[in-house]
Design a protein around this ligand. Structure first.
Ligand code: PMT
Length: 212
């Protein structure tokens, strides 16, 4: 299969030296890309800024910084893919304007105006017209099941991998993860805490067996 994986955080510039971002290390997405390469698939990895070694054997690797860049890259190649796995932690908002010079301290408080970034996963079915297997992630700190099922339906996913990022030792920037996989047909599968590479192999098997 041709498989697209998004991984890592995005950075949304505030001025020439500052940005808004999150704690994603890229480890989960890179583990998925490595598992897919090892299984013989043609893998395109679209990565935000991370401190990881680029996996060997990829069909393509694209390094991006912002949500806008990740969206443009995904939009350009999604149509060629059999499956797409969205493990990136994309910023939902960016500063409305990027200051051309470093912002100076002018008072005790500073108010930022933020605007929405493109919802890449949410655009995959419409308007991008993707008909392959769509795998989303959900990073939640409460009501994991309800939020995951909402994202699964709203974004047209076949599988939604939900992780509780409020728990110590899993989720963002750790070597391990635990997740519940929700399927569009109503099935649910709990995956116990395990190294991200082991979890990625299990997820990949699920993905392979879910492709019609
Ligand atoms: O990178 P690690 O340190 O290994 O951590 C792994 C992880 C916790 C980042 C990963 O397991 C994970 O949960 N990734 C999704 C993080 C996230 O942004 O979740 P979300 O619930 O905010 O987004 C839901 C889905 O929409 C995700 O598939 C996300 O990639 C996608 N999305 C979100 C916003 C946006 N503008 N575009 C998107 O495509």
């Amino acid at each position: 299969m041709r498989i697209l994986v998004t991984a890592g955080p995005t950075r949304e510039a505030l001025d020439p030296v500052r940005f808004l971002s999150n704690r994603s290390s890229g480890k989960m997405g890179y583990a998925l890309a490595e598992a897919a390469v090892a299984a013989g698939h043609a893998v395109t990895l679209v990565s935000g800024p991370v401190c990881l070694t680029t996996p060997e054997g990829l069909a393509a690797f694209v390094s991006v910084t912002s949500a806008e860049e990740m969206f443009a890259t995904v939009a350009a190649c999604l149509g060629e893919m059999d499956a797409a796995i969205f493990a990136a932690a994309v910023a939902d908002y960016r500063p409305a304007a990027v200051a051309p010079e470093k912002i100076k301290k002018t008072g005790e408080a500073l108010t930022l105006e933020l605007v929405r970034t493109p919802d890449i996963l949410g655009s995959a079915r419409e308007p991008l017209g993707f008909r392959g297997l769509l795998v989303g992630f959900a990073a939640e700190t409460e009501n994991l099941r309800a939020h995951a099922l909402d994202k699964l339906r709203r974004k047209g996913c076949d599988l939604l991998v939900a992780n509780d990022v409020s728990q110590e030792g899993i989720g963002f920037d750790s070597d391990d993860n635990a997740a519940t996989v929700f399927f569009a047909d109503g099935r649910e599968l709990a995956m116990e805490k395990a190294p991200k590479h082991a979890l990625a192999s299990r997820l990949l098997t699920l993905i392979e067996t879910s492709v019609p």
